[in-house]
Design a protein around this ligand. Structure first.
Ligand code: 1BN
Ligand code: ZN
Length: 336
């Protein structure tokens, strides 16, 4: 578009936004404050950007919500308080019940099966909460809730590894609940059996997601997934999210753009690693994925998979950063 036309279109758009604001205020709607701030953001963004106006409007008119970090931290505390939660344990069952009890009134589904492992057969249950949107397609946000099996009798509680991912999804559910999204449907996925039972390998790991990816490939769900965002070990107070060479580059770029938009880019992508995690089974069937993981947990990752993975190492600020970046990324995928 020529620049004269573009500024005319912008002016018309700004006039429309101002008129809409007037209508919202006149109606005395209780959410007029939110509309006003969303519209302010829209105006600021449209002035600052060279992107086409229609995309700006789509991206900005419904701004991404921010999570309640104190509540997310409280969930992390409660989940960690169960103790070790490996597959096959009583604590694992208690945690399944805890997760489902926080999803009352939501569209909940599961993918339950018996995994055959080198340590025997175990029940594995992926839990899903579906939040419908107006657009055809699905964005999945996932994180595992099981904890390390070999460390089950060592005092390991997985505050970060298992706890933070379970909690962030519960808090994201709070932000999505009660309103139909003006975008893709979002499916929150608590994955199970992510951890190896003996030693990490292609066959001893990712039990839940390998099963679900196969199921979703067969029933056609995989083709509807626009993005698969994975959160793992995201509570470390010293938050350093790596760029993952095993994820989809354009989606990683979008995560970084979301982080930058929120002013959190210093916590993202200073290093690149290739991570084997719950996204791999979906990458293998062509789903665009981004693993948001901090594998620098303590100096050179010394707390990872040790009894040192405890609540005192975590901070609500890190949950805020990752929760907000995930939601912002969802809103950016909507507008793509
Ligand atoms: C992440 C959390 N993972 C297991 N628990 C996968 C993984 C294991 C990633 C080792 C990197 C190294
Ligand atoms: Zn682990």
């Amino acid at each position: 578009m020529k620049s004269g036309l573009k500024s005319a279109a912008r002016m018309a758009f700004l006039v429309a936004v101002v008129l809409l604001l007037g209508i919202a205020c006149a109606q005395g709607k209780h959410d007029a404050g939110a509309s006003v701030s969303a519209a302010r953001e829209t105006i600021a963004a449209s002035m600052a950007s060279e992107a086409p106006m229609s995309k700006m409007a789509a991206a900005e008119l419904g701004a991404a919500p921010r999570i309640n970090a104190a509540r997310a931290m409280q969930y992390t505390n409660e989940v960690t308080a169960f103790g070790a939660r490996p597959i096959g344990s009583a604590n694992h069952i208690k945690l399944e019940q805890y997760i489902v009890s926080h999803l009352k009134g939501d569209q909940v589904a599961d993918d339950a099966f018996i995994a055959d492992t080198v340590e025997g057969k175990f029940p594995v249950r992926n839990i899903l909460a579906k939040f419908p949107g107006t657009k055809e397609g699905i964005i999945v946000i996932a994180g595992h809730y099981d904890t390390n099996y070999p460390l089950r009798n060592t005092g390991f509680v997985g505050a970060n590894d298992g706890g933070s991912s379970t909690a962030i999804l519960l808090e994201i559910a709070n932000q999505l609940r009660g309103k139909k999204r003006d975008g893709y449907s979002v499916w929150l996925l608590w994955t199970d059996g992510e951890e190896a039972v003996k030693q990490w390998s292609a066959t001893d790991s990712l039990y839940g997601t390998r099963h679900l990816a196969e199921k979703w490939q067969k029933d056609g769900t995989a083709k509807q997934i626009k993005a698969f965002l994975l959160a793992d070990m995201i509570g470390d107070a010293d938050l350093n999210i790596e760029r993952d060479a095993n994820s989809t580059p354009w989606l990683e770029d979008l995560v970084y753009q979301a982080a930058t938009k929120l002013g959190y880019q210093s916590h993202f992508f200073a290093r690149t690693t290739g991570v084997e995690d719950d996204h791999l089974p979906f990458m293998k069937i062509g789903v665009p994925c981004a693993d948001v993981i901090d594998l620098d947990y303590g100096y050179e990752n010394v707390f990872h998979h040790t009894p040192q993975d405890t609540l005192d190492k975590l901070s609500p600020k890190s949950l805020q950063i990752v929760g907000d970046v995930l939601l912002q990324t969802v809103w950016m995928v909507d507008a793509r």
